[in-house]
Design a protein around this ligand. Structure first.
Ligand code: GLU
Length: 375
């Protein structure tokens, strides 16, 4: 155990997102099966026991619900797919809950949820709260409400977006193939296995038989799109064979498994990039000396207690400037409270927020993950 712990730490993984596809959940295409999920659940358990936070992105709702609604015509009409997803989603959750000793938390998302700043913040907060309480968030697209315009479309890209939301260190995509090959190994005997990809170029997309514009659920192209999204945010990505327990054993020993897509250097996480370059902040919040010290030197979040003044108007989820008592702009961050709310709770201890406001959506005014320090 200790050895595993050291090696995992050597990989610097504190938080990972694991994506499991329908082919692993419902290999026969009719109902969930534990055939491959046992080894995956064991891997998740090992990670969690070693203190690695895990978010699972699990497909399979449609495949798991397929048997319950006999329908022979292809392609399946959207309403039939949505009905299958409604049945299969709960079966899929049930199987993960049975296989794991941690509370499994269902999170169903649409693309719109991730685009809307307020909902994004709520998702972010919920995921963070679940992780801090040791639960396992199990994310899927909200297939029963999402139509094509609302959809991310495939869970590979969804997993990359989730990895960005939670600032994961690694994204592990469990597939039914060992990783990336130079050509389709099923049809081309000369196909070479690619163990490591430093940059995802058009040549790499060509190996998967597509371009990054290609659409479709699953397949290697969407996995490469996901890897491109994640690695651009500094999240290393692995495509592994989730049908082989040996892939997980290797990872636990700190050994190579599947294809590694290296994280791009010098990145700023998507959220921090947005904060620094795209967010408009006009309001300012003044910090006391203790809060300035905690912010600059202790990597802390900003508590309401450390706020002495609020200038300007803003809503929950807006970006604001955090300034010193002399007016120096120290950081820019996303505020968990609106200006009128922050005015009411400034200077008070977090435990008193509920008594003052009547609710307490967040213990902190600006979370550390949601702020960027000015140089
Ligand atoms: N959300 C779909 C499902 O649960 C799967 C999409 C995908 O695997 O890419 O059936």
């Amino acid at each position: 155990m200790t050895e595993v712990f050291n090696k995992m730490n050597a990989l610097r993984w504190k938080r990972i997102v694991i994506k499991v596809g329908s082919a692993l959940i419902a290999p026969e295409g009719k109902g969930c099966s534990t055939r491959y999920l046992l080894a995956i659940a064991r891997f998740i358990s090992e990670c969690k026991l070693q203190g690695v936070e895990v978010v699972l992105v699990s497909s399979g709702s449609v495949a798991a619900g397929r048997a319950a609604i006999p329908f022979s015509h292809q392609p399946l009409p959207i309403n039939v797919k949505q009905a299958m997803a409604a049945i299969g989603q709960s079966q899929m959750m049930m199987i993960w809950s049975k296989l794991l000793d941690w509370p499994c938390a269902q999170i169903l998302l649409t693309h719109d949820d991730l685009r809307d700043r307020r909902r994004y913040l709520n998702i972010d907060n919920t995921l963070r709260t679940l992780l801090s309480h040791g639960a396992l968030p199990v994310v899927n697209e909200n297939d029963t409400v999402a139509t094509a315009e609302l959809k991310v479309g495939d869970n590979d890209n969804l997993a990359a977006m989730v990895a960005t939301v939670v600032d994961a260190d690694a994204l592990i995509i469990c597939s039914d193939i060992d990783g990336l090959y130079s050509a389709n190994p099923k049809t081309n005997p000369d196909a070479r296995f690619i163990a490591r990809v430093d940059a995802i170029t058009p040549e790499i997309y060509a190996m998967a038989g597509g371009s990054h514009h290609s659409v479709g659920t699953g397949g290697m192209v969407t996995k490469l799109q996901a890897a491109a999204k994640a690695t651009a945010q500094g999240i290393e990505t692995l495509i592994i064979n989730g049908q082989k327990a040996s892939s997980f054993d290797a990872l636990l020993k700190g050994e190579a498994a599947g294809t590694l897509f290296c994280a791009q250097p010098g990145h700023l996480s998507a959220k921090k990039h947005w904060l620094l370059h795209s967010s408009k902040a006009s309001a300012e919040v003044t910090l006391d000396a203790g809060a300035v010290e905690a912010l600059l030197h202790k990597g802390a979040s900003l508590l309401a207690k450390g706020v002495t003044a609020v200038q300007g108007d803003f809503d929950k989820g807006d970006a604001i400037w955090l300034v010193s008592s002399t007016g120096t702009r120290l950081a820019k961050g996303v505020c968990q409270y609106s200006a009128p709310e922050l005015n009411k709770i400034k200077g008070i201890h977090s435990s008193q927020i509920e008594a003052v406001l009547g609710y307490c959506p967040s213990e902190v005014a600006v979370h550390r993950d949601d702020l960027v320090l000015m140089e």
